[in-house]
Design a protein around this ligand. Sequence first.
Ligand SMILES: Cc1ncc(COP(=O)(O)O)c(C=O)c1O
Length: 393
Amino acid sequence: MSTPWRHHWQLDPDLAFLNHGSFGATPRVVLEAQARLRARMEANPVDFFARFLPVALTEARRQVADWIHADPEGLVFVPNASSGVATVLANATFGPGDELLVTDHAYGACKNAFALAAQRSGARVVTAHIPFPGTTAEAIVASVLAAVTERTRLVMLDHVTSPTGLVFPLEALLPHFAARGIEVLIDGAHAPGMVDVDIDHLATLGLTYYAANGHKWPCAAKGAALLWVHAARRDGFHPLVISHGLTAPLAPGQSRFRAEHDWTGTSDPSPYLTWPDAVAFIASLDPQGWAGIRKRNHDLTVLARDRIATALQIAAPADDALLGSLASFPLPPDLAPELDAMALHTRLFREHRVELPIFPWPAAGQRVLRIAIHLHSDLDDVARLIEALATLR
Ligand SMILES: Cc1ncc(COP(=O)(O)O)c(C=O)c1O
């Protein structure tokens, strides 16, 4: 089966590109829209930043918020999900003995941010261990809840985990934190475009903050991400960079939150503005729009997961219901035992032109291989991977 959409991307035709997950990949038409924005910016920077941008940003924010069912007043653009997580931590106050809860499937950079925030305030990070392989929704809920104590102040849960590609059962988890008055940050770096994101609904269940990327599954230009903040936390919630908005007179109807977050100094805002273009373009490729694309990617991921698990002679690592369009595999120790995760990754790329990540997870010495399926990838790419793995036996 070959994908009819690959030509929309500039990806090297020689590559079996199974790593949409790390940095996304942006279609040509979105890059062309970005080029037009940049040409406009350089034709008259003053007109672009002073007159065009405030209106364009409001409209882009409205469209993205609409897509993920969020109140646009609580949504701010940030350059990447890491910045969204950092902004939440910069606005939090912890004291000695407070606990910040994460899981061992959290993204390493975000875990680092939590560790430093805890270290600076005398708080401590508690890490919930989620079993993998053999993961079920019930096991995720039980593991996370077992790590909650009277001292838990903030929880960071992934919507879709990075090393293991699991879609966390947020609907089952959030109400437990709401009942205890504990703030919840969802790291949704991989979620919009892979799963149906409904912020309004999650907010009714106990969501406090949501960080997500536009440059991953939505396919916006690189440097497009968002942070959504619950209405109850917007007052006094500052951006990472303090600028004019802290003291500037507010326009009619404008909140201080908006004034502060909508301008954090001069930078190229074109990635933010391409997000609605990307959403519209990808939706146009399937008669069912994003729902059809999510289903195609998910169905293909399950198929690919089964073929790869069979080739590796391992059981499916997690329930199908926990998969979106990432799937990870703990590699058997007898598969090229002399190659660590990085060496194996390099071998697959150099000798087989297969591009995907292999993580030293959950600990150094172990290896987890992850595939990602978006419209530009298909079962031919997976077949190349399986042939490459067969040469390692
Ligand atoms: C779960 C998760 N969170 C955060 C990030 C960081 O994203 P960014 O590099 O855009 O900040 C990633 C990147 O892969 C991720 O997988």
